[in-house]
Design a protein around this ligand. Sequence first.
Ligand code: 6XA
Ligand code: ZN
Length: 343
Amino acid sequence: MKTVYSADQELHDVRLEVTSGDARPPYESPARSRAVFNSIRAAALGDVVEPDKFPLEPILAVHSQAYVEFLQRAWGLWVEECGTELDAIPYCFPHRGLRQVEPRNIEGKLGYYSFDLSAAIGEGTWRGVRASANAALTATNLVITGEQAAFALCRPPGHHAGRDIMGGYCYINNAAVAAQSLRDNGFERVAILDVDYHHGNGTQSIFYDRADVLFVSIHGDPEDEYPHFSGYACETGEGQGAGCNINYPLPLGTTDWECYSGVLEDAIGNISTFAADALVVSLGLDTFAGDPIARFKLQTKDYSQMGAAIAAAELPTVFVLEGGYAIDRLGENVLNVLRGFEL
Ligand code: 6XA
Ligand code: ZN
């Protein structure tokens, strides 16, 4: 299987997130993608290719123009208006009862387009984010042109980003961009399987009222886990998309492969019932027992079986990297999924 990756993705390298009562370096860092890249090269999984360049259109197919313009301009406005080169990060949000209108001021704009304090913007953010989306689009094109599967080594990740909102280390929703690109290039029914430990609230929101894209997510119960306000089993889609959104919230602390594998099988069964003709996998590895910010109990060997279970769907498949913060094991865990899929 080919991997798509560009060192430009490392240009997004911010200094802080605010979590657990502390401002600290984000768990999501360039070291993650470098680790995965090194493992894939060392294991000779397949060619690692540079992303092609794409126009903004495939990004604008799932994100609003105003939001994309904000992402492009935010750093420049921040430096100009705030006179600092520390990370651009919001501090005030348009919560319930407040005006939902984009303000002129950059700190206002940051709050308007964010849902948390885990998506800072630095000098290289837009270039890194764009390169990550281009990696997703290039892997998607490999599948469109006949490869059975491809791996987009995306970083920064994307599944928390909605049509016009960032958060949770995510800016452009790479998996959504990939799914929409499959739809626009001949695939009629696309399924997205999100196996990241955190619910993919952004992806869910983008496709929530659509019948042509099924979103299926297995994740830590939002009653107890980030992103807290999305990912419940009762969220099943709306309008034409009613029934096309399936959430499997699982208990923290006790979810090991024995429990997870049955749920994954059920999820794959639903993808088959939907009669998808292509699959995008939001591949988060923060389900790993050793992950520093998550509480499932999957082991490195389990990821081979995860790959095999996904292969049982027998669909052209684009893998898109999401989370996973046990950096010393991340490459091995990714490799096991991809190899398990190929066997
Ligand atoms: C907020 C936690 C963000 C979770 C990011 C993630 N500090 N999402 O891994 O899949
Ligand atoms: Zn995650």
